[in-house]
Design a protein around this ligand. Structure first.
Ligand code: ATP
Length: 233
């Protein structure tokens, strides 16, 4: 049985249908890159999987259990964690406080403040610093660490490299490689196609709400991806 299954999902913002009949299944330990132009529906799809947005149709199954009607906090407790676009940390609280706050939302497991420091070594010296005083890369690491503190089975990452320096992006991705190697199941929304394809097992390209390409990352050609991205055929 798949760890996560999304079945014929429709998601609306009022009259606008942002996600149209999208379906896929993800096995434990797989990494899926979700790509597509601005407004293609990637964020809306992630939020619907996390329970932040109720779908108009279709189903989300976690380990075979139908979680479609479940609110976000219950999905977090069942093992789905979202790192939202823009990070949304508590700026006045320290890194450690931001991390500890998330613990109560999730489940018991291996992730501790210390384990987050090991996964993101650049946070070690910043543990007692206010989140608002951190660099973009440190904030992103804290946001991912906060999601990990809930001990998720599925980690949903929305544009983690947005606005970061190339060095900070390298660091975040080095840490993600570690998470992938340790068997974390990940859905990654990423504008940087090269990076997305380098870490992912599979790729889905969205265009105007539809899933227009689903492929194994190592088999797909650059031409197939760009055609799907721009809706060329
Ligand atoms: P981006 O890369 O810009 O975040 P995206 O692929 O994540 O794009 P979404 O943010 O999911 O796309 O947006 C899909 C569509 O839904 C767009 O047309 C967008 O304008 C619309 N949309 C998104 N959020 C809302 C909202 N809260 N209310 C109304 N329309 C929305």
């Amino acid at each position: 049985m798949s760890l996560l299954a999304v079945d014929d999902l429709d998601v609306r913002h009022g009259l606008l249908q942002a996600v149209k009949g999208v379906g896929f299944a993800l096995e434990k330990g797989e990494t899926l890159a979700l790509i597509g132009a601005n407004g293609a529906g990637k964020t809306t799809l992630l939020r619907a999987i996390a329970g932040a947005h109720r779908p108009a149709g279709g189903r989300v199954l976690l380990d075979g259990a139908d979680v479609t009607a479940m609110p976000a906090h219950r999905r977090a407790a069942m093992g789905i964690a979202l790192v939202p676009e823009g990070r949304r940390l508590f700026a006045q609280m320290t890194v450690e406080e931001n991390l500890l706050l998330a613990r109560s939302a999730g489940r018991r497991g291996r992730w501790t403040v210390e384990a987050v420091m090991e996964a993101f070594p650049n946070l070690r010296d910043r543990r007692k610093a206010r989140a608002g005083s951190l660099s973009g890369g440190e904030q992103q690491a804290t946001a991912i660490g906060r999601a990990l503190m809930t001990n998720p089975d599925v980690l949903l990452l929305d544009e983690v490299s947005l606005g970061l320096s190339p060095l900070a992006v390298d660091r975040v991705y080095a840490s993600l490689q570690g998470l992938i190697a340790s068997g974390t199941t990940i859905i990654l929304v990423e504008q940087d196609l090269k990076r997305a394809l380098a870490v992912a097992d599979r790729v889905i390209c969205m265009l105007e709400g539809w899933s227009v390409l689903e492929a194994r990352a190592r088999d797909v050609t650059r031409e197939q991806v760009t055609d799907a991205y721009f809706g060329l055929r």
